[in-house]
Structure formats: structure tokens, C-alpha cells
Design a protein around this ligand. Structure first.
Ligand code: FAD
Length: 401
């Protein structure tokens, strides 16, 4: 009998941690594992806002995937997944390569949803991947340089759509970044504007009142213009039209209005719901054999009505079980059911402040910012042990272009 082939699609939080689990627990020669990802680097999605604002260097946000794979049990293949043939059990890449599998894990992450608002898809910047956020930073630099030539205020008006978790993290990072950038380009900070547009009546909808109050005060103290209860109707390369009748002259709209599963998922021959693939309690895709799906790509119902949110915390916990469940499948053993344990949520507002709840305790300010660092460090620890934590923390968070 030939060696079973396990193929993992996507080396984000879900795919990488599953790979680590397989490396640890597979016996030598028990299976061939291939990890496929678009790029040869893994980006730390939870810190992409830093790339967008240029407050962290590339090597703090990206990690070279082959260096993270510690044994020769998992082989990395750089490739862009185009399609999966579930009957033939083959993955097709855009290079034309076909990779056969016996067990498949779909962990292809998220895409941004723009709700069909005219002009957003074409003109807004997305917090989606390392490349998309790097494009935000490079655009801001170009606008600053051009402002020196034409003094057009739309170049220095940065709008962030959405004051949810990601939007607030983006705004907080811009608050931190702009003074430095203004010094570099010799532009008075007072000539810049950061505007946060949110359809709900408050920032951080769903967070508790203290967190909302702390964040509102912090942002207002730092001259962020909060436009709550406001919807974007349309966006062009140079302006944003709002439902209050205002037209904001701005060449930078950063969209963080919501996420959905990777759009590729809907092209696969599988049922999807809300852009994500429904999975059973063992993290298996319903109706196809030996296919698992985790993270933002998966729709895991925690009860009859509510799905688990698309978070790194969910993706990591699912990956920690998915590895063992794939091994149990190939050994013909009993699979374990997935149980999610919510440990808390902390949103950063720049480097020095954060808000959230950890193990039921409400936190804000500097202590919360430290907790956020601890959470990020824990992820690095799971991925590469203490040496990776030390290596990443020693890197200087210098801006780049
Ligand atoms: P991802 O991490 O998105 O990985 C998907 C991988 O698939 C990527 O490497 C991608 O390149 C690859 N891929 C995609 N398409 C293809 C293709 N066609 N072919 C090959 N490879 C492909 N969650 C939290 O729990 N806490 C936080 O504090 C937090 N902060 C966040 C801050 C920001 C700015 C953002 C954007 C998200 C944040 N999240 C947070 C959410 C978290 O990042 C996601 O839930 C998490 O990344 C999901 O992991 P995943 O493995 O499902 O997908």
C-alpha cells in the first residue's frame, strides 16, 4: 500500500499550526505531508495593521515558511490553489501542477467583504494580506511626497471605514505612525486628518461600555475624527460620499468593514454558507470524505444559530485538534470533537494602549497593551518555541518603504 498523502491548503494560523501538530505526532514514513501556500512566507494576520501604518518592519510580520518546518515530515510547496477535484482527490494550482491527496485540509483564510458599495472594491485599500497592507503604507508615503508638490489636502486625509476590532487597530496604528511620517516629510501634523467612519452608533460595537468609552476618549484626544452612525455610499479615487450628505475629499480609504471566507471557497464544488464551508464537530467538511476545514474558511456552529467568529484564536484551537484528528482518521482511530474555549479579546490602539477582556477581566490602557504583546508572543511560542519568540522580539520595529 502506498504512503497516505496529506495536503494542507494555506499556511496561515490554521495551516501552519496543523503542520506543526503533524510534524510532532506522525511516525516516520506514516504519511507524506505537503503544505501549499501562495507565498513562501507566513504573515501574522493579527498584526497586518502595523504593516499598513509602517510601524513594524517586514521581518516582524512575515516568517519564512520553510524555516518554520522543523522536520522533513512536512514539505512546503509554493503555489496558488485554483481548484480542487474532490472526486479525483486532486488539488490544482495556477501553475498547472496537480497534487494528489488522501486527506485534505482547507485553511485558506478570509477575504474582505465590501457589501457592493460602489467604488469600494476598486478604490479602497484592504486589510487582507501582507501585500495589501504594504500597499496602504506605500500609498501613504506617495501621498505625503505629492502633498509637498501640490498641497492638496485630500492627500493627507486618511479615512478608515469600520470601527470594529480591525478598524480600531488600524486607526490606533495610524495615530502612532503619522507624527513620525510628518517629521520625515516635513509636514505639520495638524495638516493631516484621520477619520474613522462607522455605521453603528459607537466604536467597537459588541465591546463593553468601558472599552468603548476608553477607546473613544483615547482617539478623540489624539485628534481622530469619529464619524459614528454614518454610512459610506460611494467612494472614488479622490473622495468618499457619506449618507449625511457630506463628500470627504480623501485619496485614502482603508476598508475594514467586514470579512468573509476566501472567495475561492465558493468556486469549489462544496456547499458554503456565509462564504464559509460548514464543518461537523470533528472539523470535517460535511458530505465529502477525508476533507477537513478550519479557521476563517470554516463555518463551525457553536449552537443552532451562531457560528464561531473568524478569529486567530479559533483557527489556532481548531488546528491543535485538526492535526490529531487527521492522524486519527488515517490510523482508523476515534476522532475527538472540537470544543472552543474563549480566552478573551484584546484590541490594540497603537503600541501603548489596548482594550479588551482576558479570562473575564476587563482591561485597558498600558496593561492591556502588554497583554496584547503576551498574546502575540504565545502564538510565536506555539509556532517556533522560545527561540522564535526571542528572535522576533529582538527585531527592531523600524518603518520601511
Ligand atoms: P489566514 O491566517 O488568513 O491564512 C490563510 C492563508 O492561506 C494565507 O497564508 C494565504 O496566503 C493563503 N492563501 C489564500 N488563498 C490562497 C490560494 N488560493 N492558494 C494558496 N494559498 C492561499 N484574531 C484574533 O483572534 N485576535 C486578534 O487580535 C486579531 N487581530 C486581527 C487584526 C487584523 C488586522 C486582522 C486582519 C485580523 C485579525 N484577527 C484576529 C483575525 C485573524 O487574523 C484571522 O482569524 C486568522 O488569520 C485566520 O487564520 P486562518 O488560518 O484561517 O487564515
Amino acid at each position: 500500500m502506498s504512503t497516505p498523502k496529506i495536503v494542507i491548503l494555506g499556511a496561515g494560523y490554521g495551516g501552519l499550526i496543523t503542520s506543526r501538530q503533524l510534524e510532532k505526532s506522525l511516525r516516520n514514513g506514516e504519511a507524506e505531508v505537503t503544505l501549499i501556500n501562495k507565498h513562501d512566507y507566513h504573515y501574522i494576520s493579527t498584526q497586518l495593521h502595523k504593516t499598513g501604518a509602517g510601524t513594524a518592519s517586514d521581518d516582524k510580520i512575515t516568517l519564512h515558511i520553510p524555516e518554520l518546518l522543523k522536520t522533513d515530515k512536512v514539505h512546503f510547496k509554493k503555489g496558488n490553489v485554483q481548484d480542487v477535484d474532490f472526486k479525483e482527490k486532486k488539488v490544482r494550482l495556477d501553475s498547472g501542477d496537480e497534487i494528489e491527496y488522501d486527506y485534505l485540509l482547507i485553511s485558506l483564510g478570509f477575504d474582505v467583504t465590501t457589501f457592493g458599495i460602489p467604488g469600494v472594491e476598486e478604490n479602497a485599500f484592504k486589510i487582507k494580506s501582507f501585500q495589501s497592507t504594504k500597499a496602504i503604507y506605500n500609498h501613504i508615503l506617495r501621498q505625503m511626497a505629492a502633498y509637498k508638490e501640490d498641497s492638496d489636502p485630500s492627500r493627507l486625509t486618511i479615512a478608515v471605514a469600520g470601527a470594529g476590532f480591525t478598524g480600531i487597530e488600524m486607526v490606533g496604528e495610524l495615530v502612532e505612525a503619522l507624527p513620525k511620517l510628518c517629521r520625515t516629510y516635513n509636514i505639520p501634523l495638524s495638516e493631516t486628518r484621520i477619520i474613522n467612519i462607522e455605521a453603528s452608533p459607537t466604536v467597537l460595537p459588541g465591546f463593553d461600555q468601558e472599552a468603548i468609552k476608553f477607546t473613544t476618549n483615547y482617539l478623540m484626544k489624539n485628534n481622530v475624527e469619529l464619524m459614528t452612525s454614518t454610512k459610506i455610499l460611494e467612494c472614488s479615487p479622490t473622495s468618499i460620499e457619506l449618507d449625511n450628505g457630506e463628500v470627504l475629499p480623501s485619496r485614502t480609504l482603508i476598508w475594514s468593514g467586514g470579512v468573509r471566507g476566501n472567495t475561492l471557497l465558493e468556486k469549489l464544488d462544496l456547499p458554503t454558507s456565509r462564504g464559509r464551508i460548514p464543518v461537523d464537530e470533528f472539523l470535517r467538511v460535511k458530505a465529502v470524505e477525508n476533507v477537513f476545514c478550519i479557521g476563517d474558511a470554516a463555518l463551525f456552529m457553536k449552537d443552532e444559530k451562531n457560528a464561531l467568529p473568524p478569529t486567530a484564536q479559533v483557527a489556532i484551537q481548531q488546528a491543535e485538534l485538526c492535526g490529531p484528528n487527521i492522524i486519527a482518521s488515517l490510523r482508523g482511530e476515534t476522532l475527538k470533537t472540537f470544543e472552543y474555549h474563549h480566552k478573551g479579546t484584546v484590541a490594540s490602539i497603537g503600541n501603548k494602549a489596548a482594550v479588551g477582556k482576558v479570562f473575564g477581566l476587563k482591561i485597558s490602557g498600558t496593561f492591556a497593551a502588554v497583554m496584547k504583546q503576551v498574546i502575540e508572543a504565545r502564538y510565536l511560542f506555539v509556532l517556533g518555541g522560545p527561540s522564535l519568540v526571542i528572535k522576533q522580539f529582538l527585531k527592531i520595529g523600524k518603518p520601511y518603504s
